[in-house]
Design a protein around this ligand. Structure first.
Ligand code: S3P
Length: 182
């Protein structure tokens, strides 16, 4: 049971590199505050009835990006939720435009080294096969994450509950997460 009842008045997009904790933080805060959360990769897997790795293997990255953009468009039609985005959602300018114009974008910042430690099974991450590949992808994306973010939260060395707590505090401060009257 949530300890307090809150309401989100706009969607919150959690962005950041693979392994930054987007899914876990969204889930933790959603439970704590009694708001909805959606994991974009899970949404895509259910929609396509196959895993992210299968989509990459069979159809390739561009086809995955098309599906990802369609999924984002669909999620924008739902009631506001905490949306844990795939790490590469920021690679399409139309996705960036859709997110910034419809909600609040929160960047969960992690280093590729720490991300590698957190990702226990790389077979589920077709684009995180080794650290040097991850480092160069991170270098390309970091400026995009920074540019897009309304808020940034440092996740290095911090447990999920603490990150969720900081996110809660910031969303309340921004008046995006509002406590419901009893
Ligand atoms: C990707 C990140 C993954 C998933 C896909 C591609 C990326 O999501 O969408 O494997 O390009 O960074 P997570 O960030 O949740 O791992």
């Amino acid at each position: 049971m949530p300890r307090h009842s809150y309401q989100l008045n706009q969607p919150v997009f959690l962005i950041g590199f693979m392994g930054s904790g987007k899914t876990s933080v969204a889930r933790k805060l959603a439970r704590k505050c009694g708001v909805a959360s959606v994991d974009m990769d899970t949404y895509i897997e259910r929609r396509e009835n196959r895993s992210i790795s299968e989509i990459f293997e069979t159809d390739g990255e561009e086809a995955f990006r098309d599906i990802e953009s369609e999924a984002l468009t669909e999620l924008l039609k739902l009631d506001p939720a905490l949306i844990a985005c795939g790490g590469g959602v920021i690679t399409r300018p139309a996705n960036c435009e859709a997110m910034t114009s419809s909600g609040l974008v929160v960047y969960l910042k992690v280093t590729p080294e720490e991300a590698a430690e957190r990702i226990s099974d790389v077979s589920t991450r077709p684009l995180f096969q080794d650290l040097s590949q991850a480092r160069s992808r991170y270098e390309e994306r970091e400026p995009l994450y920074e540019e897009l973010a309304d808020l940034t939260i440092e996740t290095a060395g911090r447990p999920i509950p603490l990150i969720a707590q900081e996110l809660q505090r910031k969303l309340v401060q921004e008046k995006v997460l509002c406590q419901q009257p009893e």
